[in-house]
Design a binder for this molecule. Sequence first.
Ligand code: HEC
Ligand code: HEC
Length: 163
Amino acid sequence: MQQAHRTVVLSIAMATLAAAVIWGCYPKPVGPIGPTGKKLTWAAMDKDQRRVHMRNAVLPRAAAIFQQWRPQRYGTVDCDLCHGRGAAAGIFDMPTDHLPRLSGEMLLGPELEKHPETTRLKLDRLVPEISDALGVKRFSLITRRGFGCYSCHLGPTGPLFGN
Ligand code: HEC
Ligand code: HEC
């Protein structure tokens, strides 16, 4: 009994530790070296550094994903793929009206029904790769925060989930 109890306590402690390690990793330093000699996180970068990071780290990965999916349609992509016409004017606010508004349903029922292919592509590749490129935590159903669909798309009446 004593032994079993200790095992339970130990495994809870281990799980908590593992969670702390996983959660503790974000945000990741993915940018250029900052004033303290350490690499900057996405949040700490200024607008010029963000532009450069988008060009070097985000655009190539997004381009590869979209081109593999529909080479005809996404043969050449640039900043306006996600930022729309604002990109040319230096407006990079996200989420953006340039992309279709999504339903706002957390479990993506309508999206999976109407656009199963693009929704799977986003879930399996785009969200993981872009959140990784930005060094930010992925959307979690528990916290309802993190990088996900609504980091790029608006909901029916505006931004959702802390975006
Ligand atoms: C695959 C989609 C995608 C592409 C392509 C893309 N961006 Fe972004 N961009 C985003 C997202 C998403 C954010 C918001 C990230 C966040 O803060 O959560 C963002 C944010 C930015 C910001 C920061 C805006 C702010 O308010 O601080 C800048 C600047 C920017 N992008 C520039 C660019 C440039 C320049 C290009 C082309 C080289 C580009 N982006 C291509 C998705 C994209
Ligand atoms: C990094 C930005 C980004 C993220 C994150 C993102 N999308 Fe998109 N989404 C896009 C872009 C870019 C397009 C294509 C726009 C175009 O072709 O002009 C798009 C298009 C779509 C479309 C329209 C497809 C069509 O053929 O009309 C749907 C539906 C969609 N996304 C759903 C989702 C869902 C669901 C998620 C989350 C699982 C998601 N998106 C995450 C950028 C994003």
